[in-house]
Design a protein around this ligand. Sequence first.
Ligand SMILES: NC(=O)c1ccc[n+]([C@@H]2O[C@H](COP(=O)([O-])OP(=O)(O)OC[C@H]3O[C@@H](n4cnc5c(N)ncnc54)[C@H](OP(=O)(O)O)[C@@H]3O)[C@@H](O)[C@H]2O)c1
Length: 234
Amino acid sequence: MKQIQIANTEIKASQVVLGCMRMNEPSLDVATIIQTAYDNGVNFFDHADIYGGGTCETIFAKALKATTISRSDIYIQSKVGIRPGIAFDFSKAHIIEAVEGSLKRLDTDYLDALLLHRPDTLVEPEEVAEAFTQLEKAGKVRAFGVSNQNPGQIELLKTAIQQSMNINQLQFGLMYTGMVDSGINVNMTNQAGLVRDSGILEYSRIENVTIQAWSPFQYGFFEGPFVGNMEKIS
Ligand SMILES: NC(=O)c1ccc[n+]([C@@H]2O[C@H](COP(=O)([O-])OP(=O)(O)OC[C@H]3O[C@@H](n4cnc5c(N)ncnc54)[C@H](OP(=O)(O)O)[C@@H]3O)[C@@H](O)[C@H]2O)c1
């Protein structure tokens, strides 16, 4: 398994990450999923406070104990900032409260990485900065990043945040290729030429941001995996 060094962090992660969003509805025993992934070189596990209403983190922590894997053998990432049914919330109070919740459910003292899940477009960058610094100083979060954010949104956060942010988790897969399509179709009037992400691919390469692909098997936003479904798509 190829390893990737995430810039400005201690993280040397496997190129393939195990996403834990569906761990509350597994098609196999969760401990078997985690152990199999690990035995095949996967050392990075992606969570969010909202997955399964929090149950995915709890299920993962319990299952991890049934494997041969120690906490220090792996990287655990979680995400905060979505308040289902309410809004996106990047306030200091919410970020800290949400991280505390994830640490408790994951039964760990620290997150290797914390991402801001979806943009709170009315964010106060100073509030995020205070939350990040408090969490870092307390040893509760080791690295920071974002998800689903464009270059302008990242630059806005960087006006206040002291920590480097070298991760952006974005939807990308064989059937979801917008950030590549727009580069191939520059200055063309076809649909694929539309830039919907303000040039996030080029920005990430220039700024050394690792892009994590989410839902790589989905053919739409959440329509289902494309494998075995091609007749539905065409
Ligand atoms: N940052 C964000 O906003 C965001 C949003 C969504 C997801 N994510 C992250 O991305 C991770 C992956 O997302 P996802 O679960 O939607 O992604 P996915 O890997 O695209 O889809 C998983 C689904 O594909 C099915 N599948 C996998 N291989 C298959 C095959 N060979 N044939 C048929 N079906 C197959 C799985 O079925 P089985 O269960 O039967 O294996 C499962 O239902 C999540 O766990 C989460 O960590 C992040």
